[in-house]
Design a binder for this molecule. Structure first.
Ligand code: PA5
Length: 446
């Protein structure tokens, strides 16, 4: 199997060579800190050797549960927010036919809830579920996050009304803390099948735990190959490997060197529309891990060529604070050629017989060169194709690079204290018991 490659040649001219050397030395120590669990947030390093340590029994158990659900349900609802759903969605959407919602298939269709508080969204979801055979998983490490809790309350009731309590309990899988939290208590009471979010794995690093693996298996994808890809990357990134061979270290170094030169916005670019949610997962991973103490690279995303007709203008000629990280996919999974046309009114006959992917690749190359000429450094991450193995490689690569980058920035990449601010205000505004003082204070402001 081909390994992921990273090329930084189109970024090097934008930085100082000295900076790279300094960062290489720093990362050597960050690597030791990670390995010896001496850095910030070291109680959350369960993801670090997860690919090589995940048990065969757990993978088998997940596949068996997935098989049972696949026989029962045409539709599977994943309830969760942030790290509790983005990893699964990133992989499922990357591997799915973009038109699967309109197709008959033996695979249940996966839909999502608990990732917003939109009344219209939930109304439409409940209306859809009235006429569908479905099952669900509710994923919340804390078991108390408002968005998934609201969605789960609605869907649990809906499921119980539709199938009765006993059958509803067979159709609910809870993924949560091993012993604490409201969801664990309810799951124990009702006898739901459960999986554990390990204590030492934070939400955004949890895609290779049941949090991601169960929905991915239910969607019909190969979780063994996904984990194999992550294992491959873990083995390439051993602590002894120098940044020259450790791709995650290379990526962390170059993006921090660019930051030190004033490039403080990173846009993750793809030329494959099914990677849109992979970008969303990446944005969460980096945004929530690095954006602290008024530091961090702002993670943005763009889907090309679509966004070349919108964001493309800004990237080419706007403020020069942007660098791009391109996920370059070498081969398409299918072949479609541009046909001949007698009249050639659109002038496309010069491309007749060419594969669409060839045109896409020329768009990719042309864009990269144009953006470099415009002052936008480019880091290229190359994978052979979009499949489970390569997604597994990319997941581990970006997770490890994120940890390195957080340590280079001297922040704790594994907590998210800033996320609490909106919750506190929302609870105060909603009059949640225990927030009386905050309620009084905030009502004076609005
Ligand atoms: O990465 C994280 O830790 C967060 O994005 C959480 O996953 C998210 O806030 C959901 O939390 P929980 O799983 O506790 O409901």
């Amino acid at each position: 199997m081909d390994k992921l490659k990273i090329s930084i040649t189109q970024a090097e001219s934008f930085i100082d060579k000295n900076e790279i050397e300094t960062l290489q030395k720093e990362i050597y120590f960050q690597n030791i800190a990670l390995e010896q669990k001496q850095g910030k947030g070291s109680e959350f390093l369960g993801w670090h050797h997860l690919p090589s340590t995940i048990s065969k029994e757990l993978l088998e158990d997940i596949k068996n549960t997935a098989e049972t659900i696949r026989k029962k349900a045409k539709l599977f609802v994943v309830i969760g927010i942030g790290g509790s759903y983005l990893g699964a969605r990133a992989v499922i959407e990357a591997l799915s036919n973009p038109f699967h919602a309109y197709q008959e298939s033996e695979n249940p269709k996966i839909i999502y809830a608990g990732q917003n508080l939109s009344e219209d969204y939930l109304h439409n979801l409940l209306a859809l579920l009235d006429n569908q055979d479905y099952a669900l998983t509710v994923i919340s490490k804390s078991g108390t996050t408002t968005e998934p809790a609201v969605a789960f309350r609605l869907l649990k009731q809906h499921l119980e009304n539709k199938y009765g309590e006993a059958e509803a309990a067979e159709r609910i899988i809870a993924i949560t803390d091993e012993s604490k939290g409201a969801l664990r208590t309810l799951a124990n009471q009702k006898g739901y099948k459960t999986y554990v979010v390990p204590d030492d794995v934070g939400g955004r690093f949890s895609v290779l735990t049941p949090v991601g693996l169960l929905p991915i298996a239910i969607a019909g994808f190969d979780i063994d190959a996904l984990v194999d890809g992550a294992r491959k990357m873990e083995s390439l990134c051993t602590s002894s490997s120098s940044p020259d061979v450790n791709p995650a270290a290379k990526y962390a170094i170059i993006r921090n060197a660019l930051l030190r030169k004033g490039f403080d916005i990173e846009i993750l670019i793809n030329f494959s529309p099914t990677l849109m949610y992979f970008t969303e997962w990446w944005k969460q991973l980096y945004g929530e891990s690095e954006g602290k103490e008024h530091k961090g690279i702002f993670p943005a995303g763009a889907n090309f060529t679509t966004d070349l007709h919108s964001m493309g203008q800004y990237i080419q000629e706007g403020r020069r604070v942007i660098f791009e990280t391109l996920i370059s996919v070498k081969s398409a999974n299918y072949k479609v050629q541009i046909p001949d046309d007698n009249q050639d009114l659109d002038g496309l006959n010069y491309l007749k017989g060419k594969n669409i992917e060839y045109v896409n690749q020329m768009a990719e190359l042309g864009t990269t060169l144009a953006h470099i000429d415009g002052g936008v450094p480019n880091i290229k991450i190359e994978i052979e194709r979009i499949d489970e193995f390569n997604l597994g490689q990319m997941i581990y690569f970006f997770e490890l690079a994120c940890a390195y980058s957080g340590y280079l920035l001297k922040v704790n990449p594994f907590d998210q204290p800033g996320v609490e601010a909106y919750k506190k205000n929302m609870f105060a505004l909603l009059g949640k018991p225990g927030f009386e003082k905050e309620t009084e204070a905030i009502r004076k402001r609005v």
